[in-house]
Design a protein around this ligand. Structure first.
Ligand SMILES: [Zn+2]
Ligand SMILES: [Zn+2]
Length: 419
């Protein structure tokens, strides 16, 4: 671990003033969390901060509450850096002085940190641009609604792409906090790194009646049993053991009274995988599981709402991330591993342009926690590393795109995570 006067830096060369600004931004955002599609004050705060840097051109209300800022000049390719900015419907327990001021809202996925880091990167990119040392154009994207979709199943990245943020973009990058790894540790992976996320809503239908005469009704709770058994064995019996897939039923509901056989029961859940091919197969297997209800005389309805695709990190983009980090901070421990079965809507960006996302360890010593937990906590000492890494990544990507020398990481494991 490197130290330079005011604590561990993991090699990022940032002034004390810039470090203080990162913490101030993060704490302000943490105290004022807003949910997906409602990031009005967050967007206003971001725009106000960005206006302080003279070479940064700011657009607001992009694709809803998005804020997009361009730095740099020229007609060459654009490099995109993205931070998501929405919070979660979680009650934050009292504790820190900057605890959420809004009941039922909490930045429990670290997006407050993502925004602070991208603002820190903006300051650095602005300084480079004014010194003539940036070498191209960088687009900073503050994205709404990563956590939950609108009524059509669309999240913020989708809306921003529709609004044109990828025009002229040659490469895109994002960082995400990881409270399960200590500061000074990052996760990088080339190929599929996060799962697709589709949601299903199912109904198993029977015939309601008197609970004392089950033979005269058709009990949908009875039908549900074999449907669930088949559903829960899809991954073990119908999916290759070398592939990653999850089918989880997260909600089962039905019935009104102990002495009444209900007409129907509902079950909702999620389908996740790294493979676009398997994603389609899981949907078909799920349909078959529900057909068991029909074989027993009942019926079913099944609606699958497609969400994020699997996130595929591009080999060239990932190489830029790795090289920028190595140049910046040789003390950081790099783990090469996929990021698990969570989903990220940065995957929509990665479908369109070469892109890579990395996870930044931010765990607080002695506090075991996860993303989306009310106990989520973030070691703010990683903010300078993240801000400097984003800026360095953009500058490295611009230099490589300009010269045409873009190296590709070995991509042998693509689509097949090796744990
Ligand atoms: Zn999240
Ligand atoms: Zn997140």
């Amino acid at each position: 671990m490197a130290t330079d006067g005011d604590g561990p830096s993991w090699g990022s060369r940032m002034t004390p003033g810039a470090r203080e600004a990162l913490v101030r931004d993060r704490r302000h955002l943490h105290a004022h969390p807003e949910l997906a599609f409602h990031e009005f004050e967050t967007a206003a705060y971001i725009a106000e901060r960005l206006h302080q840097w003279s070479s940064v051109r700011v657009r607001t209300e992009v694709g809803g509450t998005g804020v997009v800022a361009d730095v740099g000049e020229g007609s060459g390719p654009v490099v995109l850096l993205r931070a998501d900015m929405d919070a979660l419907p979680i009650d934050e327990p009292a504790g820190a002085e900057f605890v959420s001021k809004i009941p039922g809202r909490m930045h429990a996925c670290g997006h407050d940190g993502h925004v602070a880091m991208l603002l820190g990167a903006a300051a650095q990119l602005d300084a480079w641009q004014r010194a003539g040392a940036l070498g191209g154009r960088v687009r900073l994207v503050f994205q709404p609604a990563e956590e939950s979709p609108d009524d059509e199943g669309r999240t913020g990245a989708y809306h921003l792409i529709q609004a044109g943020i990828l025009e002229e973009v040659a490469m895109a990058f994002a960082l995400h906090m990881n409270p399960e790894a200590p500061p000074g540790t990052v996760d990088l992976w080339t190929g599929y790194a996060m799962a697709s996320c589709d949601v299903f809503e199912g109904t198993v239908m029977g015939r309601g009646g008197h609970a004392g005469y089950p033979d005269r009704a058709l009990d949908p709770v009875w039908l549900l049993g074999p449907v669930l058994t088949v559903l829960h064995s899809i991954v073990s019996r119908r999916v290759s053991p070398l592939d990653s897939a999850v089918i989880t039923v997260g909600r089962v509901a039905g019935g009104t009274a102990p002495n009444v056989t209900p007409t129907e029961v509902t079950l909702d859940g999620t389908l996740r995988t790294y493979s676009p091919v398997l994603r389609q197969q899981l949907a078909e297997e799920l349909e078959r599981a529900f057909q068991v209800a029909r074989a027993l005389g009942g019926d079913y309805r099944l609606h699958i709402r497609r969400g994020e695709p699997p996130l595929r990190n591009d080999g060239r983009a990932n190489q830029v991330l790795a090289d920028a980090l190595a140049a910046l901070s040789p003390h950081v421990r790099v783990r090469r591993q996929p990021f698990g079965m969570g989903a990220e809507d940065f995957a929509y960006v990665a479908e369109q342009v070469p892109a890579a996302l990395a996870f930044v360890g931010c765990g607080v010593e002695g506090q075991a926690t996860t993303l989306h937990s009310p106990a989520f906590a973030l070691d703010e000492r990683v903010l300078p590393l993240g801000a400097a890494w984003l800026a360095e990544t953009a500058r490295t990507a611009l230099a490589r795109l300009r010269t045409g020398v873009v190296t590709d990481e070995a991509d042998g494991e693509e689509g097949r995570p090796v744990w």
